[in-house]
Design a protein around this ligand. Structure first.
Ligand code: ZN
Length: 281
């Protein structure tokens, strides 16, 4: 399949621990995080090796909590030429935090990233795609804190909203404009399926993902893919999660690294900053 040569797709990584799951208590409650076995260094090394092998620069949305504990890891990400954005400090949903705590959490993440060498963060992704109709105020806070690109609004029913645009676009806020960069979806079984991330990406054959990327590119839209380091863990810690999260977290991890490798080799990818048309209104 021919692809327009000027289209570059976007590869992003949400850099977090395997236990950074929104809205669960018990074993994985934030109060227990420091006692849980960390896997973020090993699994991020796998992501960095993969990106190095395919010569792709990516955008890493980093949880401040991780940056505080593993600043060397963020230095490695930067030294490898990747971009760093914020994925919040405590990995909490925007609409759960509310305006005041959201801003505090955002600032804390930026301080943590700056301490690890990522000064002036201008990109953000909210945990669990949590900038929705319930939390559009967050976009204004982002602009006021110096963020120019947000990637928090998924065009699906389960997370985000099916009415969210599927292409990069500008949004107006009382504080100024912000560029929104949504993840790749396809219509399947009468629904918008997350073929660019999570279970949707893991369950799809590289051929099917590449077809979806090609279709997006033919429509002039860059495809945005997202992975988590824990999805590439060869030996993921097993915990009991509510059914929906169990599926999102563990479904078809086997062979994912190889499938991802094939996708990354077969289409042009870069970081958000390299995305063609980012400056187009
Ligand atoms: Zn996350």
């Amino acid at each position: 399949m021919a692809m327009p040569v000027d289209t570059r797709n976007v590869f992003t990584v949400d850099l977090e621990e395997w236990f950074h799951v929104c809205g669960v208590g018990g074993e994985l409650a934030p109060a227990n995080w420091d006692r849980l076995p960390s896997r973020v260094e090993q699994t991020t090394a796998i992501v960095l090796d993969l990106l190095d092998a395919v010569q792709v620069r990516a955008t890493f949305f980093v949880v401040g909590w991780v940056s505080d504990r593993y600043p060397r890891l963020i230095e490695q990400v930067l030294a490898a030429g990747h971009e760093v954005g914020s994925h919040g400090h405590q990995h909490a949903r925007a609409y759960d935090l509310g305006p005041g705590l959201f801003r505090e959490d955002l600032r804390a993440s930026m301080r943590a990233l700056a301490a690890a060498g990522a000064a002036r963060v201008t990109m953000f992704r909210a945990p669990e795609w949590s900038i929705t109709e319930r939390s559009l105020w967050a976009l204004q806070s982002l602009v006021e804190e110096g963020v120019t690109v947000d990637a928090s609004m998924a065009p699906t029913r389960i997370v985000g909203a099916v009415t969210n645009p599927r292409h990069p676009h500008r949004r107006q806020t009382p504080a100024g404009t912000i560029t929104e960069v949504p993840p790749l979806v396809v219509d399947r079984f009468g629904q918008a399926m997350p073929i660019g991330w999570g279970w949707g990406l893991r369950m799809s054959s590289p051929r099917r993902v590449l077809r979806a990327i090609d279709a997006a590119n033919r429509a002039g839209v860059p495809a945005v893919l997202t992975v988590h380091p824990w999805e590439l863990d060869p030996d993921p810690p097993r915990v009991r999660l509510p059914a929906r999260l169990q599926f999102a977290h563990y479904f078809r991890l086997g062979g994912f690294r190889d499938r991802l490798n094939r996708i990354l080799r077969a289409a042009p990818f870069g970081c958000v900053g390299e995305m063609a048309g980012l400056s187009v209104p």
